[in-house]
Design a protein. Sequence first.
Length: 177
Amino acid sequence: MNPYELMVIINPDIGGDATTKRLDEIRKLITGPKGEIFFEDLWGLRDLSYTIKKRDRGFYTVFNFNIEPGMIKEMDMALRLDNEVLRHMIISLPAGYEPKTLKKREEEAEVEAAKAQEEKDEKAAKKPMARRIVKKEEPVVEAKKTAPKKAEGKEEPTLEEVDAKLRSIIDNPDINF
C-alpha cells in the first residue's frame, strides 16, 4: 500500500447535510478496497480562483490515505463521474511525508514572512546610507522679449503691402491649392 493525498472540491449549493453525505461516500470509496485514511483536513467553504462549472465557491477537503496503487484509477473515475465534485486531485506522497492542517501551514507561513521581514529590516539597518549628491541649482534666466532685428537699410513692409503680396500669390493661376 502506498500513501496518497486527495483534495476534493465539492459544490456548496447542495447544502451542509448533502456535503457531509458526499464526504462520507468519498471516505467509503477510500476505505472500501483495503484502504485506510490516516489524516483528514476540512478546509471548509472557500472562494475559487476561477469559475468551475459556473461556481465561484467550493467546499474543500483533503484526505491522506494508504491504498493499493491499482485502486487509484477506480477512485479517480468514480470522482470524475460524481456531478457534485467540482474538482479533485490525487497525488502520490513521498516517503516520510508529514501531513499538516491548513491552519498550521498558514501559521508557519506567517512566521516565515515575519522572519524574512526582520532579516530585511536588519540588512537595511546595517547598510550605509547612500550619499546624496546635491546639484547646485543654476539661476533661471528669463529670456528678454525683443523685437526681431531689422536688416540694415531695409524697412519693414506695411500690412497693406503684405496683403497685396498674399493676394498676388493666391491669384496666381500656376499654383493649385
